[in-house]
Design a protein around this ligand. Structure first.
Ligand code: SF4
Length: 494
């Protein structure tokens, strides 16, 4: 039986098999942010321990950062306290820290790849559920909790259950106005929010083969929303072209050796899977969530479901979600008024996302009464977007143009919904209260769909915009200020 990428990478990083069947797994890269790390560092201090591999540990600030340029000290005492803690911890433990003064600050899942820290064949951990993003490179990447952050800091190892592998094949071509976000929402809609529990999702087929890296990141990012802690795409020429030349990527001969190894770990055509699921790309419409989890999702041209179409607990859950969202079954989701439009988050805040949204917003005006904001995922994304004038397109249309951070994805910062506002959002979670108001309502959709909703003031099928979408791969050719210094990581990190 031929091994999958997960099998190969897992075996190479296995320190030992534990008596309870779990694996002690070596972690190649540990990404740290301000929210889940303070207690972990405090525990290290209590135990008198150092960070075991500081050269594999990198920190940034993203969740609590005000994106409107508010200076330090922050008005929010808790946010200020977290910032002070991360500054002290990186200083005391000797860790690289990408804060705003470096020009490299941003959402942890945006900066890891753009700095070239994220590489194929790695095991990666971070105290944030959406660490699965890094699987887009053919890495095995886990979101972990605070006590596991402590474990990785102290030992560079995690104790984890080996997942089964489900291959998710999407073949055919995506239509205009249909994006990576729609693909992953369609997958979660089909398999459910718990469908991936116990599995790693391997994404394959023509649709993923043709995706650029930022699109693959969008898909892998939301694996966790389908219950799969890990999601990955096998590395290929697109992956290698993205990594080459980035600040922490191997260089010269070392890159060539790494590239050969990276190519060798991809799942072969005869790999054996625990499950295989297939979808047709041409059957996927622009998707919109109507409920309180990402699996409660429909095509923008479909009616809102009725509890009567379902039985038992599912019927009850749908009725409760509809009541919270104040939606009527059978109605179209298109035409639903929105109060806020948010383009950002580690799912959809990269340059190509902003390009797609700007393509919709160009020459238009945000509808009266709609608050619209664009929050680039990193300082680098912001600089690249400004270099090509995207900020001017957004600002001319009436969008706010912000600094890098998580912003309204989870509202641990000043960007929050008020009351029962409805937000068209390019983020990844539509849980009750997620965007800062206990009664706030979130509709997940692609950045282009968010831009269309901002302009019309209602949920809108972006396919009506005749010029959408090239689904191009801008990051493969975009000049990056982050392509420069030599790599401190061992070559071909595995
Ligand atoms: S953007 Fe949202 S999901 Fe992503 S790291 Fe920030 S808070 Fe977490």
């Amino acid at each position: 039986m031929a091994a999958t990428l997960l099998d190969t990478v897992w075996d190479l990083h296995t320190v030992r098999r534990l008596p309870n069947g779990q694996t002690q797994l070596f972690i190649g890269l540990h990404l740290v942010h301000e929210v889940t790390s303070p207690q972990a560092f405090a525990m290290l201090r209590e135990l008198g321990l150092r960070v075991r591999f500081p050269e594999r540990t990198f920190a940034t600030v993203d969740h609590i950062i005000p994106t409107d340029g508010e200076p330090r000290p922050y008005r929010d005492a808790m946010a200020e306290q977290m910032f002070v803690a991360v500054e002290r911890n990186v200083r005391d433990f000797g860790l690289p820290f990408f804060d705003r003064s470096t020009g490299r600050q941003g959402i942890v899942h945006v900066i890891g790849p753009e700095l070239g820290l994220t590489q194929p064949g790695m095991t990666i951990a971070c105290g944030d559920s959406h660490t699965s993003t890094h699987g887009a490179f053919g890495a095995i990447a886990f979101g972990i909790g605070t006590s596991q952050v402590r474990d990785v800091l102290a030992t560079q190892c995690l104790t984890v259950e080996r997942p089964k592998v489900r291959r998710i094949e999407v073949n055919g071509r995506l239509g205009g106005g249909v994006y990576a976000k729609d693909v992953i929402l369609a997958i979660i809609g089909k398999l459910g929010v718990h469908g991936g529990v116990g599995y790693a999702y391997e994404y394959g087929g023509e649709v993923f083969d043709h995706m650029a890296m930022d699109e693959r990141m969008t898909v892998c990012n939301m694996s966790i929303e389908g219950g799969a802690r890990v999601g990955y795409v096998n590395p290929d020429a697109t992956t290698f072209a993205f990594v080459e030349g980035r600040e922490y990527a191997p260089r010269g001969d070392a890159f060539e050796r790494a590239r050969r190894w990276w190519a060798s770990i991809a799942s072969p055509p005869d790999a054996t899977y625990d499950d295989v699921v297939s979808l047709r790309g041409d059957a996927i419409a622009p998707m919109v969530t109507w409920g309180v989890n990402p699996g409660q999702v429909i095509g923008v041209d479909q009616p809102i479901p009725s509890p009567e179409q379902y039985e038992g607990n599912e019927s009850v859950a749908i009725a409760e979600a509809l009541a919270f969202m104040q939606l009527r079954p059978g109605r179209s989701i298109a035409g639903l008024p929105v109060d806020v439009a948010f383009i950002g988050s580690c799912t959809n805040s990269r340059l190509s996302d902003l390009r797609e949204a700007a393509g919709v917003a160009r020459g238009q005006k945000v509808a009266r009464g709609v608050k619209a904001l664009v929050v680039p995922g990193s300082q680098n994304v912001r600089a690249l977007a400004e270099a090509e004038g995207l900020h001017e397109v957004f600002q001319a249309a009436g969008f706010e143009w912000r600094g890098a951070g998580c912003s309204m994805c989870l509202a641990m910062n000043p960007d929050k919904l008020v009351g029962d506002q409805i937000c068209a959002s390019s983020s990844n979670r539509n849980f009750k209260g997620r965007q800062g108001s206990p009664t706030g309502r979130t509709l997940l959709m692609s950045p282009a769909m968010v831009a269309a909703a901002a302009i019309t003031g209602v949920v809108t099928d972006v396919r009506a915009w005749s010029h959408v979408s090239s689904r191009s791969s801008p990051l493969r050719s975009a000049p990056s200020p982050l392509r420069s210094a030599p790599s401190p990581l061992p070559e071909g990190e595995g």
